[in-house]
Design a protein around this ligand. Sequence first.
Ligand code: RFL
Ligand code: PHB
Length: 390
Amino acid sequence: MRTQVGIIGSGPSGLLLSQLLHQQGIESVVLEKRTQDYVLGRIRAGVLEQGMVDMLRAAGVSDRMDREGLVHEGIEICFGDRRQRVDLKKHTGKVVTVYGQTEVTKDLMDARAAAGGALIYEAENVQIAGLESDAPEITFEKDDQTQKLTCDFIAGCDGYHGVSRRYIPENLLKIHERVYPFGWLGILSETPPVSDELIYVNHWRGFALCSMRSPTRSRYYLQCAFDEDLEEWTDDRFWDELRIRLPNEAAERIEMGPSIEKSMAPLRSFIAEPMRHKRLFLAGDAAHIVPPTGAKGLNLAASDIYYLSRALVAFYAEDGRSDLMDSYSADCLRRIWKAERFSWWMTTMLHKFPDQNSFDRGMQMAELDYLFDSDAAQASLAENYVGLPF
Ligand code: RFL
Ligand code: PHB
């Protein structure tokens, strides 16, 4: 098999890249380790920045998002008995759209299928070879047969646990990392959201977040231990704990119901650089992880794909132009480091740290107090939350 761009991973990064390349007449094949149902069963991000919304529109996959996505002009932050709305629109002129990653993935899969795009599920034991040459290869196993895909370029869009990153030689790869001493427990429930806007809570028992997927479907998160046993979190226990952490008014109003999904996520900040080696380009979670507190992971995947598709299109349309490939890693990382900073800052300000002393807690309180009282601090939060330009 031969293609122009071999894409490993059918998460949002891989699918969006494949769709944008297709629009420019560039062929690709997407190789995915899991089944389609598994990929669509994962509940992850919910908040799309304007830049990502614009990209999905440009990619021709926005019909359902434009119909069903919920436009949010603000978010709420709470601590103690204080609640502060941060007006995103007033401070930035921009908004965010609440539309689940699962739906984005489905829309992209449908578009790829309608265009006859090649997407191979259950491609096992993916390996890369020949990166030194002009025709690198991906080998994989499918239905007990080894197959080979020869490409011009390879996009490693296979997430944090993927294989692509390993093909950047160890002596060239620099890893920057922070692992947080807690995780998030999330549930999805078929109940109306407690509020029209997202509520982020710093409570002395730990962080809580009220989010949503639609006017009838809620997504709630609680800070928990990183090694928490899911079995021990019955729905009743989850709702009880959530109501303790929410402001009284919200706790009284919240509608509870059985969870239709429940999962745990560890929190990590992680950056691998460079994001390119020869003809291999890493994008999305394969190259970086942010803790979800800033709602940035999916949006960073989209901005990587903006830079990568731009570089590949320039190569094919402009007779082998390579400057945008050469600057790919630096272009992405400039934005990634700033999103990492924002996600780390939000995480540090809003969570309970097990080893926190009275000074650390004092700093956290001062940070929140300043944020609540200062229009400038709120403008800074808003500017980062709606997404820095790319
Ligand atoms: P993905 O989505 O992990 O997709 C990678 C794909 O590659 C496949 N794969 C392989 N395929 C072939 N061969 C191999 N060896 C392979 N190894 C892996 C995997 O099966 C998978 O299908 O990475 P991608 O495309 O880079 O997308 C990144 C986003 O998924 C991620 O950043 C976000 O979900 C992060 N995130 C959030 N981001 C936001 O922008 N806003 C949010 O509100 C937000 N909330 C969240 C989040 C992530 C969370 N979790 C569970 C980590 C909330 C949570 C709870
Ligand atoms: C979500 O709806 O899943 C969500 C929203 C905001 C975040 C993280 C996750 O910061």
